[in-house]
Design a protein around this ligand. Structure first.
Ligand code: UFG
Length: 342
């Protein structure tokens, strides 16, 4: 490999930290850019504990092009940029749309400017299946139409994908992929890194583990009267380690391309599970019952979405290897390790 160094923005975050581990396992040297707005510095030490390699860290805001330009200049040749850093709370984005538009779009644009200035060719962007809204046909392929976004957060992902496409048209050297994540869950099997939700978790699995450990009184299932087999919503839950490995596959895929390109890939398991199935699987894996109650629907929830992952399987040469059981077991280990840390 010529250039081993690779910029990982948001590299101390949930998906970013797992990706740093897999990049190091594959022989890369991640350079983390993070402002630690929604992540913790000890995670960088944990990456070192798992892999034996400590990534260097640039503590900066990804939208701060001037600061970043002066630092990136000193890094020398780079294999590419993997851009995770973004605000990601759907509900909060409705209350603070300008924060979301500014942070998410300015930082993506700044990363592309860095690529232009320093002649970096490979770009991996964190997108989301939220761009599909409620798809008309399931499983959803990359050809499915992008629907009008339900939230400012979702719109930032759509806009950033369009920004990359426009930049590609103007810059024939660019090799870029947008990776549309379905529902990432779980933690590293070492229980040294995992998700650190700020405050009360919005997402299902962190809420389940916090309820099971006693940090939350009970879990509310948001609606059981949907048009699905058990009445609860269906999602495609992917183990974060499988997702992290897909980023390594994506960067290798880009390095192998002779000419510029912009491509989009779904990253999921290809399988849908209902909220009740996740709860039952969790109870089985940890051997304890969960206190859950059925509540009203959550506004804005899509009924069901799961991925067709054949494009990523074929073109990236990647497929998932871990199950829902594995992910819930690892999420539970991680929750327990946090308790021990306190
Ligand atoms: N749910 C509950 N109770 C909870 C939390 C969630 O029943 O306390 C349900 C939700 O109603 C939904 C399912 O669990 O049916 C999954 O909810 P999550 O909040 O975990 O995930 P979402 O699918 O709503 O959102 C995720 C990401 C978003 C992304 C979206 C794309 O968190 O960033 O997928 O569809 F935009």
């Amino acid at each position: 490999m010529d250039n081993k160094k690779i910029i990982v923005t948001g590299g101390a975050g949930y998906i970013g930290s797992h990706t740093c581990v897999e990049l190091i396992n594959a022989g890369f040297e991640p350079v983390i850019i993070d402002n630690f707005f929604n992540s913790e510095k000890f995670i960088v030490d944990r990456i070192e504990q798992i892999t034996g390699f400590k990534p260097s860290v640039i503590e900066a805001d990804c939208a701060d092009l001037n600061t970043l330009s002066s630092v990136v200049e000193d890094l020398g040749g780079l294999a590419g940029i993997i851009h995770f850093a973004a605000y990601k709370a759907v509900g909060e984005s409705t209350a603070k749309p300008l924060d979301y538009y500014y942070n998410n779009i300015a930082s993506t644009t700044a990363m592309l400017k860095l690529m232009e200035i320093f002649n970096i060719h490979n770009f991996v962007f964190s997108s989301s299946c939220t761009v599909y809204g409620q798809p008309d046909v399931l499983p959803v392929t990359e050809e499915s139409p992008v629907k009008k976004a339900e939230s400012p957060y979702g719109r930032t992902k759509q806009v950033c994908e369009d920004v990359i496409a426009d930049f590609k048209k103007a810059n024939e050297d660019l090799r870029a992929v947008s990776l549309r994540y379905f529902n990432p869950i779980g933690a590293h099997p070492s229980a040294l890194i995992g998700e650190l939700p700020l405050g009360i978790p919005n997402n299902l699995v962190p809420f389940i583990t916090q309820a099971a450990i006693g940090l939350r009184d009970h879990l509310t299932v948001f609606g059981d009267d949907y048009d699905t087999p058990d009445g609860t919503c269906i999602r495609d839950y992917i183990h974060v380690v499988d997702l992290a490995k897909a980023h390594v596959a994506a960067i290798k895929y880009l390095i192998d391309q002779e000419k510029g390109l912009y491509n989009i890939f779904n990253l999921g398991t290809g399988q849908g599970n209902s909220v009740l199935e996740v709860i039952k699987t969790f109870e089985k894996v940890v051997g304890q019952n969960l206190d859950y109650r059925i509540g009203p629907r959550r506004p804005g929830d899509v009924v069901q979405v799961y991925a067709d992952v054949s494009k990523a399987n074929e073109q990236l040469g990647w497929k998932t290897g871990l199950s829902l059981e594995d992910a819930l077991r690892d999420a539970w280990r991680w929750e327990n390790s946090l308790k021990e840390k306190k």
